[in-house]
Design a protein around this ligand. Sequence first.
Ligand code: SAH
Length: 216
Amino acid sequence: MIDDFEAKGKRKRLVAELKKKGISDEEVLRAIDTVPRHLFMDPAFLIHAYVDKAFPISSGQTISQPYTVAVQTSLLEVKKRHRILEIGTGSGYQAAVLAEMGAKVYTIERFRDLYLKAQQTLRSLGYEADFFYGDGYAGKAQYGPFDGIIITAAIKEIPGELLQQLKTGGRLVAPVGDSSYQVMTLMIRENDDSFTTTTHGTFVFVPMLKGTVNGK
Ligand code: SAH
């Protein structure tokens, strides 16, 4: 797969735009500057790869807006070797940003074709992540507990089962709300049964749905 000077230049401008919009985590900005987002998108949208917008991928899903990826990733406070669980692999772009930051990434997708494609894309770019085809509602307790859990689809409420898979001090970031809009919610596990919750602006995501889809 190819990256080139034109794409690199566009990424620099995107990073400058994200800084203006208030993103300050240098590691997040470096990862966005490094990961070639255009290689995660349908070829028809290549020209738009470095515009700060969400775009359609296959199966009626979307690759998140770079600003949204930056906000969620900043809230996770990713450190090298952190174990991070992502629900909603989609294109794999968010997973690649986390891997670029040195996280050990576990990511779940309910569409089989997206699960296969994202895996291929990350491999071809040399990023490592563990991919799972399945329904993310139950998380992946056998690979936890996690330093961070990131949900990249709109969810009505955060399942207790996922919260239980966080380490003490671990952070869960999720867009919580109905289909019209969601509130970016950060929950930090203070101890066994106590969490602090803060909110971080409104966003619009595709919905988190139950079950899996095998085929197009
Ligand atoms: N993080 C992605 C954007 C994902 S869009 C990226 O960087 O491209 C949301 C994704 O969540 C979609 O691919 C959708 O199929 C998936 N999804 C929705 N409900 C799910 C569930 N219950 N389990 C796993 N994935 C789910």
